[in-house]
Design a protein around this ligand. Sequence first.
Ligand SMILES: Cc1cc2nc3c(=O)[nH]c(=O)nc-3n(C[C@H](O)[C@H](O)[C@H](O)COP(=O)(O)OP(=O)(O)OC[C@H]3O[C@@H](n4cnc5c(N)ncnc54)[C@H](O)[C@@H]3O)c2cc1C
Length: 509
Amino acid sequence: MNYDYLILGSGIAGLYAALLAAQHGRTAVVTKGPIEESNTKYAQGGIAAAVGPGDSVTAHRNDTLAAGAGLCDPAAVDVLVREAPDRIRRLTELGVPFDSEEGQVALGREGAHSRARILHAGGDRTGDAIETVMVRRVREAGVEVFDRHAVTELRTRDGRVTGVEALDPTGRPVLFQATRTILATGGAGQLYTLTTNPSVATGDGVALAWRAGAVVRDMEFVQFHPTALALPGVPTFLLTEALRGEGAILRTPAGAGGGGRAFMPNYHPLGDLAPRDVVARAIATEMRRSGSDHVLLDITHADPDFIAARFPGVHQHCLRYELDITRAPAPVAPAAHYFMGGVYTDHWGRTTLPGLYACGEVASTGVHGANRLASNSLLETVVFAQRAVEASQRGDAPAAPPPDTTPLALPRLTAAPDRATLQSLLWSQAGIVRDPQGLADAAATIDAWGAPSAGVEGATLANMALVGRLIVQAASRRTESRGAHYRSDAPESDPNWRRHLSFVRPDPQ
Ligand SMILES: Cc1cc2nc3c(=O)[nH]c(=O)nc-3n(C[C@H](O)[C@H](O)[C@H](O)COP(=O)(O)OP(=O)(O)OC[C@H]3O[C@@H](n4cnc5c(N)ncnc54)[C@H](O)[C@@H]3O)c2cc1C
């Protein structure tokens, strides 16, 4: 099968890119699960853009740079915040039903934003609303969709990406050829025991690009969301940060030396709206201190009708487990949520390989630095998906590798024995708090694993082991704490480390 554009993944990045690409030639989307299954579908809080009265792209820029803890690429952030209002306009034209109040777009507030600037849809069902619209538009545009097709390898000729190998729903190999391939395979939350990400988020895109010889960057920066629902026996489910934006308070668990105490003011001047890494570590500290597996998120002081209308998804989900958040605080704990690092791209979505572009969570564009500002990720997907398609129309030049790139030889292709083993290894040794011994043990364990088995899960376990190994490698090298990367042996930021770690394999095939 021959295409002008092959898009890998069907979250917002892939579908937005596919819609644009279809204007220029024959386009196919190849995606691992059902078309809607993606991190996008589960996004709750919304999408950030400086569109409200009293807001400005400068304020949005400054908040983004502050959250990124010195590692954002300021030029990439400029692109992000400047192009945000136009991308929101386009999403609205496509039919995304952003919520409004008294005829004006409704804007929520989230952690580390100095203004209310989060557009949302269906209350806290923003991602589902976006994904539904984008799936419809892509089908209307005549894009060919191969769902339940897992891409297992990028094909290259003379260093250029020329298509992919995939496994179809029966496990049969299928080849796709393309002039241009756009990687939009999303994040890697599934590498950790507790995660808000669905089962398709296994870091495949980073592994595919790495094996093909692309540069990856910022692999040590994994964002843990502070507040995932922690009810015994209930799957991890995000309780959006917008709850704290509407006044929810984090409290110590009952019975822990006078439970019910609001603790965030002790950790940061912004209290409950401090940056995510600060809140996640504060919760982990309070959990350790109390010996509990959770803390409490309390919104019981707010008007119950407002909470039910503003957060219908969260409210109804909790009711299913007999928890009414308007009457009782919710038990919460941190969970792996967002992958800041990924496949290095320039400001035009170009990777270091000709013929290969990347956008969305799989890409490292430089907008998030060491920590993502809430609701900037949906925005990043559309800004850079559009740029990737535009750049691909202008020519073929790949991005130059960043100056800090170092070749990294990894022992050999290993695969995790099963997901749970890898997840608990990374959770305990390369999670919210890291130390040199734990990281060295994790590296040795992964290096000793066996070779991958056949089939989609075999390929996935190999990808997860590879991405996990890259996270461990980067986290071992960065001997400081910055943003989402925290080392107990080096708890402060070191100005000498105000630089990136970028790796490339020395022997691409
Ligand atoms: C619970 C939750 C809430 C969130 N809330 C917000 C929010 O409020 N605001 C915000 O800005 N961000 C939020 N985020 C983050 C945001 O949703 C994601 O970063 C964004 O949706 C990523 O979009 P994407 O298109 O890059 O990837 P995804 O939406 O994850 O799509 C990736 C696609 O790639 C496919 N894929 C993966 N591997 C392969 C393979 N080997 N072969 C073929 N296809 C493959 C997947 O099946 C999927 O279709 C949230 C994330 C979660 C999980």
